[in-house]
Design a binder for this molecule. Structure first.
Ligand SMILES: [Zn+2]
Length: 240
């Protein structure tokens, strides 16, 4: 059949079109396999976490991103990898910030399960108690960075992942505008997940729905950063 190759290409193209939106479904609850859950359970046990620690803190399993793109470099000069939708949204957000005189720099995007396991292990090996480590890092399998939809940000003059970021004009800008680009603060102060306030950690939840009301509030002359709800989804949502 002379057209076999062309037919195969057409089917491949169709499969790609059908698959691609799923591959970057940053806003949807992520599916995960029983094998991935087992891997997370084993890793947690080897790191010394009590069974059910993640469940007790309302953490959801975060499968590794099915597709990633390189989105420039992070502040350390390493390749920054993100899910395609998150990369595009980040680019738009950084450009908008720059137009307002705000410099935002990426610190960290996608992180693998293995990277997270080594990160926690390194801290334990340095003598930090597990409880302290899990106040600032999730167990492997539960990091939002696995999804490729989450970004740590900083600004010149502030060390990466430093609480001082909360006091910068860059953070104030994010609090007012990030939602417009689909980004939400995952760990506000006093969050129910037992994670410290992380003003640098922003999750892309997909394109903003109709946010006319919020945008009107943001542009109001009386609005200040603290007036704006910077965590708009319930803390118990399946995809933190
Ligand atoms: Zn982070």
């Amino acid at each position: 059949m002379p057209n076999t190759g062309a037919h195969a290409m057409a089917w491949l193209a169709l499969a790609w079109m059908l698959w691609t939106p799923l591959a970057d479904a940053c806003g949807d609850p992520p599916p995960h396999s029983p094998q991935y859950r087992q891997r997370a359970v084993h890793a947690a046990a080897r790191l010394g976490a009590t069974p059910g620690y993640a469940l007790a803190h309302g953490w959801s399993l975060q499968p590794e991103a099915p597709s990633l793109v390189q989105a420039g470099q992070d502040v350390y000069g390493r390749p920054l990898r993100l899910a395609p939708g998150a990369a595009a949204a980040m680019q738009a957000m950084l450009e908008a910030a720059a137009r307002d005189g705000i410099t935002l720099q990426a610190v960290s995007g996608f992180r693998s399960f293995g990277y997270q396991r080594r990160l926690v292990r390194r801290k334990l090996d340095r003598g930090l108690p597990l409880a302290s480590v899990l106040h600032v890092n999730t167990l492997p399998g539960f990091s939002e960075h696995h999804s490729g939809c989450t970004l740590d940000l900083t600004t010149p003059g502030v060390p990466p992942t430093d609480a001082a970021f909360a006091d910068t004009p860059a953070f104030a800008w994010l609090a007012r505008h990030a939602r417009r680009f689909g980004f939400e603060l995952s760990y506000p102060a006093g969050n129910a997940k037992g994670i410290a306030f992380e003003p640098w950690h922003w999750r892309y939840a997909g394109p903003s729905p109709s946010d006319d009301g919020l945008l009107a509030q943001m542009s109001s002359a009386h609005a200040s950063p603290v007036d704006v709800p910077i965590h708009t989804s319930p803390i118990t949502q399946g995809y933190p």
